[in-house]
Design a binder for this molecule. Structure first.
Ligand code: 13P
Length: 249
């Protein structure tokens, strides 16, 4: 039985003042949660997450990481630096990084490898655009994104990783994939891993992301291959985020 995991992705939102209330509310709200809960905050607020969430049930992480370990890479943040601030998780390959910042499949695989090397748990994000879905190539796109990482790091690496399926057309649009649409891709993802290693496939947490709300979370998380969610907008409002966490049991 896989434990459910709910991860908030704050994207580029927040301030020291507003984060404080949100972090405390999440900390208190999940004090008895059966699901695992984490928040991925902007880099400057990692220290605040560490101080508020340290020794709580809520883990934290970052939204991106450099593929490089150290050196003359102005503006980059290494996985070891994230580990220094107590991060457990880091997102790699979020669709906004892929589409707006040039993260190719190869770069995503390198970032995933860098995260693992620093003992972080990478959350590998995959998902198709609307045009790709309409062209009937959702499975091909998602498998290509997975294979870039599988061929670089091997199936064994996924015993220490999480996969998040986020259809690009459902992100921030209010248009959620139906539970059946999401389950279909999640099952495809799991069977792709099962071809290489059944045990890793069975234990792999595969999250759904894209307009998850308190109102649709329980039905999505009730699907057999959906192990929780990656939450954008609704993770910025404590009551909304906690309602989603409560649906993940
Ligand atoms: P929304 O929940 O705002 O659609 O964002 C999803 C997402 O991109 C999480 O990483």
């Amino acid at each position: 039985m896989r434990t459910k995991l709910v991860v908030g992705n704050w994207k580029m939102h927040g301030s020291l003042a507003t984060n404080l209330g949100l972090l405390h509310a999440v900390r208190e709200g999940v004090a008895t949660s059966a699901a695992q809960v984490a928040v991925c905050v902007p880099y400057p607020y990692l220290t605040q997450a560490l101080s508020v969430l340290g020794s709580s049930l809520v883990a934290w992480g970052a939204q991106d990481v450099s593929e490089h370990a150290q050196g003359a890479w102005t503006g980059e943040v290494s996985a070891a630096m994230l580990a220094d601030f107590g991060c457990r998780y880091v997102l790699v390959g979020h669709s906004e990084r892929r589409s707006c910042f040039g993260d190719t499949d190869a770069i995503v695989a390198a970032k995933y490898a860098a995260a693992l090397a620093a003992n972080l748990t990478p959350i590998l994000c995959v998902g198709e655009t609307l045009a790709e879905r309409e062209a009937g190539i959702t499975g091909d796109v998602v498998m290509r994104q997975l294979d870039a990482v599988l061929s670089r790091c091997g199936v064994g690496s996924f015993s220490r990783a999480v996969v998040a399926y986020e259809p690009v057309w459902a992100i921030g649009t209010g248009r959620t994939a139906s539970p059946a649409q999401a389950q279909e891709v999640h099952a495809l993802i799991r069977s792709h891993f099962a071809r290489e290693n059944v045990e890793i496939a069975d234990n792999l947490q595969v999250l759904y992301g894209g307009s998850v709300k308190g109102a649709n979370a329980a039905e999505l998380f009730g699907q057999p291959d959906i192990d929780g969610g990656l939450i954008g907008g609704a993770s910025l409002v404590a009551t909304d985020f906690l309602a989603i966490c409560a649906a993940a049991i």
